[in-house]
Design a binder for this molecule. Structure first.
Ligand code: PLP
Length: 399
C-alpha cells in the first residue's frame, strides 16, 4: 500500500495551486480561490474511476464509514455486523453513531463468512459491513442476498482494497455504499482523508450535508444555508484533496506494480510445499496490496514469522497477535473502556466476548502470514525478499 512512496511533481503542482490562492477550504471564498475546487475535482475523478455515480470526500476513512452509515439512517441501537479481523476504525465508526458493532467470524478469504453473518442477524440488525482486508474480498453475493431478505444496508469497507474487483465491478461499488481511506499508509494517500461512493442519490445528498454540519449547500451565501438535520464536521481540506488529485493520476501504475511484485512473491512461495494461499472468490481480483498465506498450524506460522524477521525481511505481519487488527487484543472494546459514558444502547448491546466463540476466526488467522507489497521495490529487490521469505518458511516447515 504505497501512496507515500510516490510523491512527485503531480502532488506538488496540485498543492501549489491551493497555496497560491490561500483558500484551504473546499467551500466558499469564491472571489479568492482562482477557480480551484480540488475536493470536487477529486470526487468527480474518483467516481469515474470506480464506476460509481456519487463520491463524497471526508476527513478520513473512519469518518467516511460514519458518514456513510448516518446517510443511510443508521443510528442509536442499530446493529451493524462486521468481521473479527479488521481495523479498530470499523467498530469506532459504528459506536460514534450510538450504533452497536457485532463481531462475526471470518473464513479462508480472511473476510466475513456469510454463514456466520446469517446466524448473527437479529431484529436490530441494520447493516452488514464486509471489510476487504489486505486487498481482497469475501463472497459478496450471499451477503447481498441476506441484505435483500432482511432489508439491510450493505456497506463495504474497501479502505485496504482500492483497485480490487468483484464480478468485474470495482470493490466499493457492489454494496449500497463503499468507503475508502486515503490515510498516509493507504494505496492512494491525501495525508489524511477518505471517501464514500454510492449510486443512491438520497444517501449521496445526505452525506454531502452530514459531513458539513448539516449545511444544505444551497446558494452561494454560506451564512444563509439552512440545516435540514444535525451534522458534524467530517470535511476534507482543499490541501489534502490536492495531494489526492496528484496521487489518483498514478492509480493504474500503482496497481500494476503491486500486481507484478505480488506475482514474484507468489511464484517463490508456490514452490514451498505446505504453503496455502488465501482464497480469493471466483470472479474476484485482489488489489495486490498484500500477499496472504496459511501454514498448516499456528506453531508453524509463528516459527515462520520469526524466521522471516531473523532473515532481516521487514513488512511481513502475524495479525493474530496484532493490537490493531484482531479482536483478541481489543481490550478497550471488550471492557467498554471509554473516556465518557458510552450510550446505553452500546453498553447493553455489545457482545459478551467471554462467551462468544471465535474459534473459526482463530483457526484461520492463527495460521496466517501477511506480506505487504510495496511499489518502491524493484524486481530484483522483490525477488531477493521473496527468496528469503520462502526460505524462512521452508525451514520452519522442515523442523
Ligand atoms: C485505514 C482503515 C480504516 C480507516 O481509515 P483512516 O483514514 O485511517 O481513518 C478503516 N478500515 C480499514 C480496514 C482500514 O484499513
Amino acid at each position: 500500500m504505497p501512496g507515500f512512496e510516490l510523491f512527485g511533481e503531480e502532488e506538488r503542482k496540485e498543492v501549489n495551486d491551493v497555496l497560491e490562492s490561500g483558500v484551504l477550504m473546499r467551500y466558499g471564498f469564491d472571489p479568492m480561490r482562482n477557480g480551484h475546487f480540488k475536493a470536487n475535482e477529486f470526487e468527480n475523478e474518483f467516481a469515474n474511476l470506480m464506476g460509481s455515480q456519487f463520491a463524497q470526500m471526508t476527513s478520513s476513512g473512519t469518518s467516511a464509514l460514519t458518514v456513510a452509515m448516518a446517510s443511510a439512517g443508521i443510528g442509536a441501537g442499530d446493529e451493524v455486523i462486521l468481521p473479527s479481523f479488521t481495523f479498530v476504525a470499523s467498530f469506532e465508526s459504528v459506536i460514534a453513531l450510538g450504533a452497536v458493532p457485532i463481531l462475526c467470524d471470518i473464513d479462508d478469504t480472511l473476510c466475513l463468512d456469510a454463514k456466520a453473518v446469517e446466524k448473527s442477524i437479529t431484529s436490530k440488525t441494520k447493516a452488514i459491513m464486509p471489510v476487504h482486508m489486505c486487498g481482497s474480498v469475501t463472497e459478496l453475493a450471499p451477503l447481498q442476498e441476506l441484505c435483500k431478505q432482511h432489508d439491510l444496508i450493505l456497506l463495504e469497507d474497501a479502505c485496504q482494497a482500492i483497485g480490487g474487483s468483484y464480478h468485474n465491478k470495482m470493490l466499493g461499488t457492489i454494496g449500497d455504499l463503499g468507503c475508502f481511506s486515503f490515510d498516509f499508509v493507504k494505496t492512494i494517500t491525501c495525508g489524511e482523508g477518505g471517501a464514500l461512493i454510492t449510486n443512491n442519490k438520497k444517501f449521496a445528498e445526505n452525506a454531502d450535508k452530514y459531513q458539513d454540519h448539516g449545511h444544505d449547500h444551497v446558494g452561494s451565501d454560506r451564512g444563509a444555508e439552512k440545516h435540514p438535520f444535525l451534522g458534524y464536521n467530517y470535511r476534507i481540506s482543499e490541501l489534502h484533496a490536492a495531494v489526492g488529485l496528484g496521487q489518483i493520476k498514478k492509480f493504474e501504475k500503482i496497481i500494476a506494480k503491486q500486481k507484478s511484485n505480488f506475482s514474484i512473491l507468489h511464484g517463490e512461495l508456490s514452490k514451498v510445499e505446505g504453503v496455502e494461499f488465501r482464497r480469493v472468490p471466483e470472479n474476484a481480483e485482489e488489489s495486490y496490496a498484500f500477499l496472504n498465506f496459511f501454514l498448516p498450524t499456528e506453531e508453524k506460522a509463528k516459527k515462520s514469522i520469526t524466521n522471516i524477521k531473523d532473515a532481516g525481511v521487514d513488512a511481513c505481519f502475524y495479525w493474530y497477535e496484532n493490537n490493531w487488527h484482531y479482536y483478541k487484543k481489543w481490550e478497550h472494546l471488550k471492557n467498554q473502556t471509554s473516556l465518557g459514558k458510552l450510550p446505553e444502547e452500546v453498553r447493553n448491546g455489545l457482545q459478551d466476548f467471554e462467551k462468544t466463540d471465535f474459534s473459526q476466526s482463530d483457526s484461520f488467522l492463527g495460521r496466517n502470514i501477511s506480506c505487504l507489497i510495496k511499489v518502491g521495490w524493484s524486481k530484483e529487490e522483490m525477488l531477493e525478499r521473496s527468496k528469503k521469505i520462502a526460505e524462512a518458511v521452508k525451514s520452519a516447515l522442515a523442523e
